[in-house]
Design a protein around this ligand. Structure first.
Ligand code: SF4
Ligand code: SF4
Length: 438
């Protein structure tokens, strides 16, 4: 197949970020991907399958159909979980295709004023700025702590105005007082130093999962790592890429590369699967930037998911045990985006007393998908309901996972189902076991 990134003359795709034809025409319509696609499994519709979405991309590329609202709707409903990419025997890089397609959609999308302002505000003026995010979350914390949240929920006022808003509000997690800030701190290794690593703090994770970030630092230090939390790091840009805002994503990528490269570390550790997948693809994102192309490739090679890093190190199995029956939900951006499937399970199995029970649909998405759970609530909840049915069948008392989005989604699923099951990070469980060693 000819190596080309130039769309055909009739194509309605244009520019350097258009879907690559050599990727697009790899699809032979075999359908092997259908049974792993959560949106196809829920709807049974060809247009909500990877094959159907690729067929629409091809039709646009050949000028047979336009980029109409109906066509865009099918692409919008893709969770971008990339399970289809793993299942595909022809090597169709679906993640790259949908990313490029969404960029094309983004340049043409006509949205209402409110929607457009909200999207601009959150993607370009909020997520990239940690100070602004912290300010927003301080307000949310006050809303929860002051009793206003409880009063609003009791009154049912939100449900009266907008049932959708009321449901979203009810899925707001309890925010911890303990946040994790990148302040340029260097946490020393415990015992003999085996590596010097940098840790991605992230955008929302340090504000929603501060205690879990501290657990990640303790686990790394306990295994002989000096941990640098560089001050100048920013959001990884995953959410911007998800909706086709590649220019903001590229700006964030460059800032992170400069910030982490200044730390001279053996590896850049990421404890959030979505961020790790994004940062491992900085090389592709900046492929047309002559100043950053090579440095981005080298940087991406040095990015390690926390679980793969710990297993490669290798980590020390805890001596104390936990008496939990645990099931593990693969985070799509870890299993499909980074090929890290066995390492989290290996860590869980290393904890004495932990019984690991496999989920029947562990490899299928939980419906979180970055901002998908907010923007495509109905389908996201249907996917979550199917996931929670499988969770109940395991009889587990803990769901372990590796991504903040999955953690929040599964916590909401448990709350909605009224089942008493804890949702924890794999590293949290490892940290708890280490803590019991005395
Ligand atoms: S994406 Fe791959 S698995 Fe799916 S229909 Fe195309 S070639 Fe087959
Ligand atoms: S990325 Fe996930 S939701 Fe989208 S087409 Fe592939 S399997 Fe389906």
């Amino acid at each position: 197949m000819a190596e080309t990134r130039t769309p055909t003359a009739a194509s309605l795709f244009f520019g350097p970020d258009a879907p690559d034809e050599s990727d697009l025409y790899k699809c032979v319509h075999c359908g092997f991907c259908l049974q792993v696609c959560p949106t196809y499994l829920e709807t049974g519709l060809e247009a909500e399958s990877p094959r159907g979405r690729i067929a629409l991309m091809k039709a646009v590329n050949e000028g047979r159909i336009g980029i109409t609202p109906t066509v865009v709707r099918h692409w919008d409903l893709c969770i971008q979980c990339r399970a289809c990419e793993v299942a595909c025997p022809s090597g169709v890089p679906y993640g790259r295709l949908i990313e490029a397609t969404m960029q094309q959609v983004e340049t043409r999308r006509k949205q209402g004023l409110v929607k457009r302002l909200l999207s601009e505000l959150s993607l370009k003026h909020l997520l990239p700025y940690q100070g602004r995010l912290s300010f927003l979350f301080s307000g949310l914390r006050l809303y929860q702590k002051s009793g206003v949240q409880a009063a609003i929920r009791k009154s049912g006022v939100l449900r009266f105005f907008s049932p959708k808003l009321a449901e979203l509000e009810s899925s707001l997690p309890v925010l911890p007082a303990n946040v994790f800030e990148p302040r340029g701190q260097v946490i020393p290794a415990v015992g003999e130093k085996r590596a010097r690593v940098a840790l991605l703090s992230g955008c929302v994770m340090p504000l929603v999962n501060g205690p879990q970030m501290n657990a990640v630092v303790r686990v790394l230090a306990r295994n002989g790592c000096e941990v640098v939390v560089t001050r100048d790091q920013v959001c990884c840009g995953a959410l911007n890429t998800h909706v086709g805002d590649l220019s903001t994503a590229r700006g964030l990528a460059k800032k992170n590369i400069d910030a982490f490269n200044a730390s001279a570390v053996d590896a850049v550790i990421v404890a959030s699967a979505g961020c790790g997948a994004r940062m491992k693809e900085y090389g592709h994102l900046l492929r047309d930037d002559p100043d950053y192309r090579d440095v981005a490739e080298a940087f991406s090679r040095n990015v390690k998911d926390i679980h793969e890093f710990l297993v490669d190190l290798p980590f020390e199995p805890p001596k104390a045990g936990l008496d939990y029956r645990v099931t593990y939900q693969d985070s799509c951006h870890l299993s499909n985006g980074q090929g890290v499937r066995e390492q989290p399970r290996q860590i869980l199995r290393s904890i004495p007393g932990v019984e690991l029970v496999e989920l029947s649909n562990a490899a299928i998405c939980c419906g979180a998908g970055g901002s998908y759970t907010l923007t495509e609530r109905d389908l996201s909840m249907r996917v979550l309901d199917t996931k929670m049915k499988a969770v109940r069948e395991t009889g587990a008392d803990v769901i372990a996972t590796a991504n903040p989005g999955c953690l929040l989604q599964l916590q909401y699923g448990a709350q909605k189902d009224g089942i008493s099951i804890k949702v924890r990070y794999v590293t949290d469980l490892l940290d708890e076991a280490y803590g019991k060693e005395g």
